[in-house]
Design a protein around this ligand. Structure first.
Ligand code: UDP
Length: 365
């Protein structure tokens, strides 16, 4: 065998594995279907602006080990994510905090906010939330749910909130301080110069072949290495033999505008159902850019069909059960190990992807 490991996919998981393997003296080959590295964290520089081509990525973690790891690869800026939500002309701060409540109800103290929310929750009489709608209602009450959650969630997941699992909403905390920081994590920022450069650093010294679709050249590629690290879709790897897992896909409508500042914030969510996109990203604000023009991306969420780019696993009961079957199959398969958002069928954040890759390296290398 020419290589110890064949790594399929040049995203974060594959690249972290490649770096650790190289440092341990293993020989790896990375193959990537696209014409560039970095997976969905890929950034493309356009007129001095780092454009997040596959959706906005904000690095955040509370794991000091992971933070130190990425800081050795790139310098991070001090961007703090504070998205804005627009609902029928009204503008609210996210996550739900005192700024949000004050705008919604004209109040100013945590006591007033808690009283209003508690009264709305009591009216609903939900004992044990059975789905996302009930979970959301019992956490935030009717007003916040109707204006800031329902439309956005139904657009993003293409499903009625009553048919969605409750866990999705745990990402949106409720806060009784005037703090617009979306994340609760200790460390946060964007790598200066973009994520592509960070992944380039990880892949330094590793052979990477772009424009190579593993599934089209399976036999020849398998013959090159003892083991495969596979970061694509696990169901596709097994030719959907046990069934098709569901994903959500995203379409980006990106344009450059002849103005310096379009929306005054990197992320603006459109929470009403009538607006067809979920959010608009203005990329320069991730880096405090002062360029004369600006680049924005409208994000449209859609159901994934074969051939589309998968973005989000739909981790409901049916899919998770099917994934477990694939995982059992994978465990019996000595040749291949799965990782990353698609290989693990998990709604992973970047820090969790890196941690999982490092964990695998610890066990394997
Ligand atoms: N969400 C919402 N309103 C918002 C933003 C998010 O209801 O304005 C909910 C929605 O259910 C979504 C989840 O929170 O699926 C997670 O959204 P987030 O933007 O954090 O996820 P990302 O797409 O950035 O991974």
């Amino acid at each position: 065998m020419k290589y110890d490991y064949l790594i399929v996919g040049a995203g974060l998981f594959g690249a972290v594995f490649a770096r650790e393997a190289r440092e341990k003296g293993r020989n790896c080959l990375v193959v990537e279907r696209r014409n560039h590295i970095a997976g969905n964290v890929y950034c493309e520089e356009i007129h001095g602006i780092q454009v997040h081509r596959y959706g906005a990525h904000i690095f955040h973690t509370s794991d000091k080990k992971i933070w130190d790891y990425v800081c050795r690869l790139a310098e991070f800026n001090n961007y703090v994510n504070s998205p804005i939500a627009r609902y029928k002309g009204e503008v609210y701060n996210l996550p739900f905090n005192m700024n949000t409540f004050s705008r919604m109800w004209g109040i100013s103290t945590p006591r007033e906010a808690r009283d209003i929310i508690a009264a709305q929750i009591a009216d609903l009489r939900i004992a044990e939330p059975k789905n996302l709608e009930e979970q959301a209602l019992s956490l935030v009450g009717r007003d916040v749910y109707e204006k800031l959650i329902r439309g956005y969630t139904e657009k993003q997941w293409g499903r009625d909130c009553r048919d969605l699992p409750a866990f999705i909403i745990r990402r949106l905390p409720l806060r009784f301080t005037y703090d617009n920081n979306y994340f609760n994590d200790r460390y946060q920022g964007i790598p200066i110069g973009g994520y592509t450069r960070l992944v380039e650093k990880l892949l330094e010294g590793t052979e990477v072949r772009l424009n190579v679709d593993y599934l089209e050249h399976r036999e020849e590629l398998d013959a090159l290495a003892d083991r495969i690290i596979y970061t694509g879709m696990i169901d596709q790897f097994y030719d959907y033999s046990l069934g098709v897992l569901q994903y959500r896909s995203v379409r980006f409508e990106t344009e450059e505008l002849e103005m310096e500042n379009f929306q005054g914030n990197a992320v603006v969510n459109y929470t009403e159902r009538e607006v067809p996109y979920t959010r608009i990203i203005e990329h320069k604000h991730f880096e405090f850019g002062k360029q004369p023009t600006t680049i924005i991306s409208r994000e449209y969420s859609s159901e994934w069909h074969r051939g589309d780019e998968p973005y989000y696993p739909v981790n409901d009961e049916r899919n998770n059960a099917l994934y477990e079957q694939y995982r059992a199959k994978a465990e019996a398969d000595e040749k291949v190990i799965f990782g990353g958002r698609l290989g693990g069928y998990k709604y992973y954040d970047m820090d969790k992807v890196i941690a999982a890759a490092l964990e695998l390296c610890g066990a394997l290398l």
